[in-house]
Design a protein around this ligand. Structure first.
Ligand code: NAG
Ligand code: NAG
Ligand code: ZN
Length: 364
């Protein structure tokens, strides 16, 4: 019953978002996918210009590290992507360790809509949704940094937003044609369990956000009923930054999106635009058959959204990185070529989704 209920919105969004794409030509890919600078993913927490460094601290909800991470995001957004609308979704909840006291959870939402949609008001444009959690797990007896979990994925999304913004002006122009989609980035709080993973001790931020969005109703004549319905695809990045990641295709319903990304990975490698030399592609499941999909999936921030009908592409390696939930999950154990390649692959995927292939025509 539950699967059947899910399949209807999944099918609808699949239909609405698979309309004509122009493949991005090799030449255009070369100009649109830049090399991250040395500063972008510098590991020093005191390097305020680095997207990653300031996140390589403990970021446990209710502690100063949580606030420092938030300030890093807001400073970044103000400086580099002022065109994006920043909003908060705050909640609080006791945890098994808080002795009944509420612990604060703060999700940050960065949203960029095409000009025509902004004029028409909220709720009228589909949004490619990219998400990662910024809280770090509390581990007794040490400072757990969570570099792959998920400082690096957050930094990747910041880089993607900044580089994408450099293209959007040209791509959208005055953007009066009323077509295409926008993008939003969710920096989620409270993903980690404080004691051990249960339905109530985990996913504090994403559960609160999905519930709040379900309750937000857009005006009657809007294209979408609420912010959940606006999600054309929910792409969740987690546990990325270790070498040789193996990210399977988890869901048959979004396998087509996985295939797009896997194809882009292969094209970028072929063009010499990626720098890692993994033993196998990051996304090896492009040819997975319908019969090979199982019901198994990994519990993570996509769940509260998937339950409510959002189509999900889950970018999490299986097996998990060797450093998973160990104090070794720090900057020193990241494979920086892999981190930068995830940034390039994600940017290429977003650009293709937003039909940047048509820039060829605009330029000539
Ligand atoms: C949410 O919390 C942040 C950080 O404390 C604060 O700056 C913001 O104003 C709050 N927003 C809302 C809508 O409550
Ligand atoms: C959603 O709305 C229902 C009914 O009005 C209310 O009981 C519930 O507390 C709301 N939930 C959130 C997360 O706002
Ligand atoms: Zn974790």
């Amino acid at each position: 019953m539950r699967l059947q209920a899910l399949s209807i919105p999944l099918l609808l969004s699949l239909l609405s978002s698979s309309t004509a794409y122009t493949q991005i030509s090799d030449d255009l890919l070369k100009t649109l996918i830049p090399n991250p600078s040395d500063t972008d993913f510098d590991l020093s927490p005191s390097n305020a210009d680095s997207l990653l460094g300031p996140l390589l601290i403990t970021r446990v909800p209710g502690t100063p590290g949580q606030r420092a991470a938030q300030e890093h995001f807001t400073r970044f957004a103000t400086k580099h992507i002022p065109e994006w609308k920043l909003s908060w979704q705050n909640s609080s909840s006791p945890t098994p360790l808080s002795k009944g006291n509420p612990v604060p959870f703060h999700n940050i939402i960065l949203r960029r809509e095409p000009p025509w949609a902004r004029k028409r008001g909220e709720g009228n444009v589909g949004l490619l949704t990219l998400a990662a959690h910024y809280d770090s797990k509390m581990i007794q007896g040490g400072d757990f940094i969570g570099a792959t979990d998920s400082a690096a994925p957050c930094a990747v999304l910041m880089w993607v937003a900044r580089e994408l913004e450099k293209v959007l002006g040209r791509l959208w122009g005055d953007g009066e044609d009323g077509t295409g989609e926008g993008v939003q980035i969710l920096l989620l709080d409270g993903e980690e369990a404080f004691v051990s993973w249960t339905d109530t001790d985990s996913l504090y931020g994403s559960r609160a956000l999905a519930a709040a969005w379900e309750n937000t109703t857009y005006p009657a004549l809007s294209t979408f009923r609420n912010p959940l319905r606006q999600i054309s695809l929910f792409v969740l990045l987690d546990l990325l930054g270790s070498p040789n990641p193996n990210v399977p295709s988890y869901f048959q319903t979004t396998h087509w999106a996985y295939q797009r990304m896997a194809t882009l990975e292969g094209r970028l490698r072929g063009l010499g635009l990626l720098e890692s030399k993994p033993m196998h592609p990051f996304l090896p499941d492009g040819a997975k058959m319908a019969t090979e999909f199982t019901r198994a999936f990994i519990g993570d921030d996509h769940e509260p959204f998937m339950k409510r009908g959002a189509p999900v592409l889950h970018l999490i390696p299986s097996p998990f990185p060797e450093v998973w939930h160990r104090l070794e999950d720090d900057g020193a154990h990241l494979d920086m070529a892999t981190v930068r390649d995830w940034a390039r692959i994600t940017l290429a995927f977003v650009l293709e989704w937003l039909d940047a292939g048509k820039l060829e025509k605009i330029q000539t």
